[in-house]
Ligand binder design. Structure first.
Ligand code: C2G
Length: 136
């Protein structure tokens, strides 16, 4: 079984995330998703609308996702890859080059991002229409 792993916050799940998850799954037979905890999001300077538990609940309903693990820090990728015997690490190409150090442990694939959609854009668009008050 060819195992793929990817990581992210996956807040306000949208078509860009779904495309990424599908493309990552298409690289193998089994997809593990490391979901950033609320605490790790603070380190990433991200504030998600949905809590860690809510984001996991949503991702569990996505057919491309076979397993979910918590992403607590930047250092866990190598142990995760070794422990789960992962063959492929996949990320959107906004991260291109940032995870090349993982090539020692598995194949590293940067997948094309979906243009025109992002969680930040969703928040900004809704905020402009006054439908969603938040500290951006
Ligand atoms: N993505 C995409 N197209 C978009 C938006 C996001 O392909 N329009 C991809 C990102 O490139 C990433 C994944 O969807 O691979 C999840 O996006 P985020 O939740 O923004 O993840 P990020 O905050 O980049 O976290 O250790 C890695 C980090 O946890 C990555």
């Amino acid at each position: 079984m060819k195992k793929v792993i990817t990581y992210g916050t996956f807040d306000l799940l949208h078509t860009g995330h779904i495309n990424l998850l599908k493309r990552a799954k298409d690289l193998g037979d089994y997809l593990i998703v490391g979901v950033s905890t609320d605490e790790f999001n603070i380190l990433k300077n991200k504030k998600s609308y949905f809590t860690f538990e809510e984001r996991i609940h949503i991702l569990k309903s996505i057919k491309y996702v076979d397993e979910i693990i918590a992403e607590n820090d930047w250092e866990q990728k190598i142990p995760d890859i070794l422990q789960s015997e992962v063959n492929v690490f996949a990320m959107g190409d906004d991260w291109k080059g940032k995870f090349d150090y993982l090539k020692e442990y598995c194949k590293v694939v940067y997948l094309p991002r979906t243009e025109g959609i992002s969680t930040t854009k969703i928040k900004q668009d809704l905020n402009v229409r006054g439908e969603y008050q938040t500290n951006l």
